[in-house]
Design a binder for this molecule. Structure first.
Ligand SMILES: NC(=O)c1ccc[n+]([C@@H]2O[C@H](COP(=O)([O-])OP(=O)(O)OC[C@H]3O[C@@H](n4cnc5c(N)ncnc54)[C@H](OP(=O)(O)O)[C@@H]3O)[C@@H](O)[C@H]2O)c1
Length: 325
């Protein structure tokens, strides 16, 4: 068995810095190299985070023969192209969410990973957070009876800067792809793919969505009521309601550390379930495990899960008329 899994990172922005701090906590992981569009930036990041190599382009990084898996942490619009670049150079890939800009891009990435027999996963870290595992266990053993609905929101007041990723349409900006993906993912995880999608969005001056309300309908009287916004800080919690009670995922639900079970408005039980580091630890461990096992997809965040998620994002975009060039 290989002594360690050697990681490379592409795109040295905010999330790359958080990720790399957690990578240092995971046994059997090594930071082999980092790649940036600028060599000075790559060198600074490498020194600070003890990467063995620093490259001034993504194309150079993928040629490093020591790298097993590349973490892609660029704006969404480059996810598909860079995944292909990595797979074409024999590297496995963990790519940030959203996996790509639409279902056609995601299908192409999966097809390539399948043909090359290489591991590929969307970095939907929420799936690997211990409290999410506990939630699924509680639901599975019937703690709240038959599932009925999920209410989830994700909102923060973002500083308005039309050039920055969040508000820049050419970089795939907007609330849905950045944060709306989390309530949607939670609905998909708990209730599956919906029969109907209704959504309403407010667009800002740069043409990206600032706020969205989404209503998903399922057969047998099930619903998801979801909200995402860049215009105000909202609770960012999730309620999962069943015929016999409810589970509250405390803020922020996408990396929750506490769950409460309610019956008839009374909290009857609660669980403290800490995550390690900033929470990215768990997805990194899952990727390492898959690579050691020779898996090309992880069963907890499979290619099918990513296809269903991007299909849902595409359906919401169709509803509200959110188109990227
Ligand atoms: N899982 C999570 O919790 C989480 C949290 C935040 C963001 N994300 C996801 O991670 C991705 C990156 O988000 P972020 O907040 O880290 O973004 P960011 O701070 O803007 O960093 C993105 C990095 O991508 C690279 N890049 C390549 N082409 C670029 C371009 N044309 N313009 C700007 N940057 C470019 C840059 O790195 P170099 O200059 O080094 O090349 C930049 O530093 C997004 O897809 C986002 O959805 C995930």
């Amino acid at each position: 068995m290989k002594e360690s899994i050697n990681w490379g990172i592409i795109g040295l922005g905010k999330i790359a810095q958080k990720f790399v701090s957690d990578l240092a906590l995971v046994d059997g992981s090594k930071l082999q190299a980092v790649g940036s569009r600028g060599l000075d930036k790559a060198r600074d990041f490498a020194t600070k985070n003890r990467a063995k190599e620093a490259y001034g382009s993504y194309e150079e990084l993928v040629q490093d023969s020591k790298i097993d898996v590349v973490y892609i942490a660029t704006p969404h619009v480059y996810h598909a192209e860079l995944t292909h670049l990595c797979l074409d150079h024999g590297k496995s890939v963990l790519c940030e969410k959203p996996f790509a800009m639409n279902i056609d891009e995601v299908r192409g990435m999966i097809e390539k990973a399948k043909n090359k027999n290489l591991f590929l996963m969307e970095a939907l870290w929420t799936r690997f957070i211990p409290a999410t595992e506990k939630l699924l266990e509680l639901i599975g053993k019937g703690t709240i009876g038959e599932l009925r609905s999920i209410h989830a929101d994700f909102g923060f007041k973002a500083e308005y800067d039309p050039t920055k990723r969040l508000f820049n349409k050419s970089l795939g900006g907007g609330a849905l792809l950045d944060i709306g993906i989390y309530p949607l993912y939670m609905a998909q995880l708990i209730l599956g793919s919906p029969d109907s999608v209704n959504a309403n969005a407010h667009f800002g001056a740069t043409g990206v969505d600032h706020s969205l309300g989404i209503l998903l309908g399922y057969e047998n009287d099930k619903q998801a009521v979801l909200h995402a916004t860049l215009s105000s800080t909202t609770q960012t919690a999730a309620w999962i309601h069943g015929s016999e009670g409810s589970i509250y995922m405390h803020p922020r639900f996408h990396h929750c550390a506490r769950l409460s079970v309610y019956k008839e408005h009374q909290e009857i039980e609660s669980f403290e379930i800490p995550y390690i580091g900033s929470g990215y630890y768990h997805e990194i461990e899952a990727v390492n495990h898959s690579l050691y096992e020779g898996q090309i997809q992880n069963p907890k965040m499979s290619w099918d899960d990513s296809l269903k998620l991007i299909e849902l994002l595409d359906r919401v975009r169709d509803q509200v008329g959110l188109h990227y060039g």
